[in-house]
Design a binder for this molecule. Structure first.
Ligand SMILES: O=P(O)(O)OC[C@H]1O[C@](O)(CO)[C@@H](O)[C@@H]1O
Length: 619
């Protein structure tokens, strides 16, 4: 196959010159600020609900010609071709191209962004040297060390990384070779992995499995990534008697995430019911001394692998979180690491046009005005990359979606990400992207190799099935651009462990750089805690409701209660709506009985429990 390096000459160094010629030279950069205002929101070109104190100062004119309609995008095909050639980024060794020509930024924009870019590079350098890059949690941020342990800030961390990788490779090899066996499997081999985890402890392994698992992996992976009982039952039912040959990998950095704990308890129950010893088939990936780690140690699980304090969940694909599940499916994890390391290396240059992550971050900044005014639609034209957008959704949105910047200003930052795959999406929502509300920019992921060599055939003269996919991508890119919709294209030769590792690393770094550009902490997630706390409060209220109902239901005769009575007796009259929802949920699951009325007419219902729990009454 002709490689990207084979078919393309190296990108021209005339990138800057070409951009200078771009007609949008009069555009005023969002960065036109006094240095004291580097954190201030850049120019708003669409109406947004922003706090008054951070809205654009009147002295800064709006971005000319960008919206509505972005009439300023280059339309002359020869000028566009020059822009393409001049701006093309190529990583020869990785066989990766980054085309930013359909993002309309100008030389003036690049120049104005340069000081911020240099500050972002400095910040990334400090982070890689082990600075406390997550000030809130006082943590280092070291996912880059995972693929180049030489970078670790001290020998202890370096040897932790290397030992963990060795132990993953050894364990996975022995499981695949049948040296490590399940005790009750008829043919003595593990054939399935059941991964229990959520968020960053699931999305990377899911993406990588979909992208890279062979057609017949030695162990086939399934995921429990929610606390939906029906979803969990489905996974366990699908395994059926194969539970005996299933390795259960429980993944949680914190070791205390409720959904993951619930998944574990459900799976352990299934093991008990099948007469199987869970500890002989359970593996934990978590931080040392977490609740999960202690449980696994005390119960004597088959193996435990460390998750490091300095690796965030959404950047943990190259830690044991991503590597163990991948290795168990016979995915070449050393190649994934090599791809990521090469990409990291490329992203260390401080010359913006040679730094693919910096180019991506700049594209995002330009396209979304540095405030997330447009969504990022990710369109991989390859089925195996289906889950890339879902993976990126957490990486980007949990990292960038922040209320406050690093100086404490309310900024409500973020960048929304969605997508599925092409050309499938052309028959779903691309109609709107082409003609409807102009609230996005697209990222095409192009894979040059259609299928393994020797398998192709022409389904009509001169045209293969893959040619259609190619045509659809190119057609959509052109059609969007013709209607002033900007896009980025990332091209890889093939979907391999190396290119997937590189893609992960590319986006991790782009998120880090973008976070610096907009002055936010990309490495914490305070907003998620609010939802978790509220969920805890709902469950606490449910316990009070149950206790009140139990007391009334233990009376003789039973005393059915109205919602108002329950709320009063819970001393929570202001929580009546939540109490109603709790009752409706319990009634739907046969845990409370409705004596009168129906859930459709809340004020009419009277509730009691089917059984009186005397023990609880006197507890
Ligand atoms: O790996 P853990 O600790 O179970 O966390 C799972 C996910 O939950 C979050 O903390 C959000 O609640 C994510 O950042 C994380 O990836």
């Amino acid at each position: 196959m002709a490689s990207i390096s084979g078919i393309c000459s190296s990108p021209s160094s005339a990138f800057a010159k070409s951009l200078i010629k771009h007609p949008d030279h009069h555009r005023v950069s969002p960065t036109l600020r006094s240095k004291h205002h580097s954190h201030v929101r850049p120019v708003q070109s669409v109406a947004r609900d922003v706090p008054k104190d951070l809205s654009r100062p009147p002295s800064v004119p709006p971005l000319p010609g960008k919206r509505p309609g972005a009439e300023s995008v280059e339309k002359d095909p020869i000028a566009l071709w020059r822009r393409y050639v001049d701006s093309l980024y190529q990583h020869k060794e990785l066989g990766l191209l980054l085309d930013v020509s359909r993002i309309g930024f100008t030389q003036e924009f690049l120049e104005r962004m340069e000081p911020r870019m240099q500050r972002a590079f400095e910040a990334m350098g400090e982070l890689e040297r082990g600075a406390i890059a997550n000030p809130d949690e006082k943590r280092m941020v070291g996912h880059y060390w995972l693929r180049n342990s030489e970078l670790a800030p001290n020998p202890h961390l370096k040897s932790q990384i290397e030992r963990t990788l060795d132990s993953i490779l050894k364990f996975a090899g022995e499981v695949i070779d049948g040296k490590i066996k399940p005790p009750s499997s008829p043919d003595g081999r593990f054939k399935h992995v059941l991964s229990v985890g959520i968020g960053g402890s699931a999305l990377g392994p899911q993406f990588v499995s979909e992208a890279l698992a062979p057609d017949n992996p030695p162990l086939k992976i399934r995921f429990i990534d929610n606390t939906d009982p029906a979803g969990i039952d489905h996974q366990i039912a699908q395994l059926g008697p194969e539970l005996a040959s299933t390795l259960v990998v429980v993944i949680s950095k914190s070791g205390g995430t409720p959904e993951t704990r619930n998944g574990l308890l459900e799976v352990q129950k299934a093991f008990r019911e099948a007469g199987l010893d869970f500890s002989k088939q359970g593996v934990a990936i978590t931080q040392e001394n977490s609740l999960l780690d202690n449980t696994a140690r005390i119960e004597g699980w088959l193996a435990r692998f460390p998750m490091f304090d300095w690796v965030g969940g959404r950047t943990s694909e190259m830690s044991a979180v991503g590597l163990l599940p991948a290795a168990l499916q016979d995915i070449d994890i050393k190649e994934m690491l090599a791809g990521a390391a090469l990409m990291d290396e490329a992203n260390r240059t401080t010359v913006v046009k040679n730094n693919p992550a910096a180019l991506l971050a700049l594209c995002w900044y330009w396209a979304s005005d540095g405030v997330g005014s447009k969504d990022m639609v990710v369109l991989p034209y390859k089925d195996s990359l289906l889950l890339f957008s879902r993976y990126l959704q957490q990486l980007v949105m949990e990292s960038l979606g922040k209320e406050f910047d690093l100086d404490g200003n309310r900024v409500n930052q973020g960048l929304s990400v969605y997508g599925n795959k092409g050309s499938t999406d052309q028959h779903a929502y691309i109609q709107q992207l082409r003609e409807g509300v102009h609230n996005f920019f697209a990222t095409f992921i192009e894979v040059l190799r259609d299928r393994p060599p020797g398998h192709d055939w022409e389904l009509e003269p001169g045209v293969t099935c893959g040619d259609y996919l190619f045509g659809m991508l190119q057609g959509t890119r052109s059609a969007l651009y013709a209607n002033n919709r900007e896009s980025i294209t990332v091209t890889v030769e093939e979907v391999t462990p190396r290119s997937v590792g590189a893609l992960v690393a590319l986006y991790e770094r782009a998120v880090g750089i973008y976070a610096s550009l907009v002055n936010i902490n990309a490495y914490h997630q305070p907003g998620v805690e609010a939802g978790k706390k509220a969920a805890g409060e709902v469950l606490a209220l449910q316990k009070r409701v149950l206790s009140v109902l139990n007391e009334a239901s233990c009376k003789d005769p039973v005393e059915p209660l109205t919602l108002d009575e329950i709320a009063d007796r819970c001393h929570a009259p202001e929580q009546i709506e939540m109490i109603y929802k709790i009752i409706a949920h319990m009634a739907a699951n046969d845990r409370a009985l409705i004596a009168e009325g129906s859930c459709g007419t809340p004020q009419s219902i009277k509730v009691f429990l089917g059984e009186c729990n005397v023990d609880e009454l006197y507890a």
